[in-house]
Design a protein around this ligand. Structure first.
Ligand SMILES: [Zn+2]
Length: 114
C-alpha cells in the first residue's frame, strides 16, 4: 500500500528528530500533503497508527493538511492556485503552465509531550 510506505518514512524522519532533541514522547505530527501527491488522508492516518503501534510514538496523532495545487505561468509569470487540474493561465490564457505546488508531502511540525 502506497500510504504504508509514506507512513513509514514519516516515522523514520520523526524518530530521528526525537532522538536528536532527546524527546521520548510524541503527541502529534503535522504534515502538509499536496492534492497531487495522491494520498488518502484517512488511509495515511490509519497506516501511521499501525506503524507507530509498538513504538514510543504510539497514540500520537497525525494531522494532515491538504495543500491546493499551485501553478506558475511561463508566459506571464502569474502564480495561481487551483482546486483542480488547470490547463490555462487565468491571467493571460497561455497553456504553458507548470505545476509548482501540490506534489509534495512535508512534515511541518512535531508536537511533543512536556
Ligand atoms: Zn499567464
Amino acid at each position: 500500500m502506497h500510504e504504508m510506505s509514506i507512513a513509514q518514512s514519516i516515522v523514520d524522519i520523526v524518530e530521528k528528530e526525537l532522538v536528536s532533541h532527546g524527546v521520548e514522547q510524541l503527541k502529534a505530527v503535522n504534515i502538509a500533503v499536496g492534492k497531487w501527491a495522491a494520498v488518502v488522508p484517512e488511509q495515511l492516518a490509519f497506516c501511521f497508527s499501525i506503524v507507530t503501534a509498538d513504538t514510543n510514538m504510539a497514540g500520537a496523532t497525525l494531522n494532515i493538511k491538504e495543500v491546493p495545487l499551485g501553478y506558475t505561468c511561463s508566459a506571464c509569470g502569474e502564480e495561481f492556485a487551483s482546486g483542480e487540474m488547470a490547463i490555462v493561465c487565468p491571467k493571460c490564457g497561455d497553456t504553458n503552465i507548470t505545476l509548482t505546488n501540490g506534489r509534495e508531502l512535508t512534515i511541518e511540525s512535531i508536537e511533543v509531550a512536556d
